[in-house]
Design a protein around this ligand. Structure first.
Ligand code: 9L3
Ligand code: MG
Length: 134
């Protein structure tokens, strides 16, 4: 059985975190996530994150440290979030409905409202901790 690995970017700038509102599939449309996607064969996590954020946001990023929580929602699927910073470009929602820069309180409010992609919820405590010291 082939296993799917997804990388997601925790992009920080000016004390805020960039989140993206999914447009598909229907069960996730309208919910907010860390942007990213599947690692392709031959790519490192870092390569995949740079490619995904270029495709999805039209920015170049430098890749930092992964969050400590690795999400394994089911057998054969693993999601890793990695901190990143924009090196060039202004993010645009190429594949998403919208983008938002959030602070810790915004992120907590979105989560409380049930507006975060379920798989991404495990990252919130660490993201909030990062935002509190940004
Ligand atoms: N996914 C969940 N949280 C995320 C990302 C980037 C992706 N932050 C899930 C949604 C899809 C799968 O991983 O089921 C592949 O993601 P994409 O290629 O549709 O973005
Ligand atoms: Mg994606």
């Amino acid at each position: 059985m082939s296993s799917v690995l997804v990388v997601a970017g925790a992009v920080f700038a000016n004390g805020k975190l960039l989140i993206a509102q999914r447009a598909y599939p229907p069960e996730l449309a309208g919910l907010w996530e860390l942007p990213g996607g599947k690692v392709e064969s031959g790519e490192t996590h870092s390569d995949a994150l740079v490619r995904e954020l270029c495709e999805e946001l039209n920015v170049d990023v430098s890749v930092g440290e992964p969050l400590s929580e690795v999400v394994r929602p089911r057998e054969g699927l693993e999601l890793v979030a990695i901190r990143a910073r924009i090196v060039s470009g202004e993010p645009r929602p190429v594949e998403h409905r919208a983008l938002r820069w959030v602070d810790a309180d915004d992120l907590i409010a979105l989560d409380d409202a049930g507006s975060v992609v379920p798989n991404d919820r495990a990252w919130i405590p660490e993201l909030v901790a990062d935002l509190r010291v940004e």
